[in-house]
Design a protein. Structure first.
Length: 124
C-alpha cells in the first residue's frame, strides 16, 4: 500500500503529464495575449483585483484555507509565480518548449522584420 507521499508524487506526475500534453497541442506563445507584453517589468503598482468564480479541487481549497487568512492571495501568488517563471524562461510550458524569455523571442522577430524591410528598400 502506498503512503500519502507516494500518492502525492504520482498525482503530481499524472497532473503534469496531462497539462504538458494539453499545452503541447495549444502552443503557449499563441495563447499569451499581446497586451501582456512588458508586464514582466514590476513598477511597484499593485495590479487591479477582479472578482471571479472558479471551480477548484476541494483538497486544494482545504489546503490553502489551512494556511490561514488571505488564502486567496496565496493562490494568486502561486499563479503569479508560475506566470512570471513562464514568461521569464525559468520553466517550460511543455516538453520541448524553448525556455528563452518570450520578450526576447518577440525582439528577434521584430529584428527579422526590420532586416527584411531594409533589404526590400536596399538598405544594408
Amino acid at each position: 500500500m502506498w503512503g500519502p507521499q507516494k500518492k502525492a508524487q504520482l498525482d503530481l506526475q499524472l497532473t503534469l503529464d496531462r497539462h504538458q500534453d494539453a499545452m503541447r497541442r495549444t502552443h503557449i506563445e499563441e495563447s499569451i495575449p499581446m497586451a501582456w507584453n512588458g508586464l514582466d517589468s514590476f513598477d511597484g503598482v499593485a495590479p487591479h483585483k477582479t472578482r471571479v468564480t472558479i471551480r477548484l479541487d476541494a483538497d486544494m481549497v482545504k489546503w490553502f484555507r489551512k494556511l490561514g487568512p488571505n488564502y486567496s492571495q496565496r493562490m494568486n501568488d502561486v499563479l503569479r509565480i508560475y506566470w512570471s517563471a513562464l514568461l521569464g524562461g525559468q520553466i517550460s510550458a511543455y516538453i520541448g518548449d524553448d525556455p528563452m524569455p518570450r520578450m526576447q523571442l518577440e525582439m528577434n522577430e521584430l529584428n527579422r522584420r526590420l532586416k527584411e524591410q531594409n533589404a526590400e528598400m536596399g538598405i544594408t
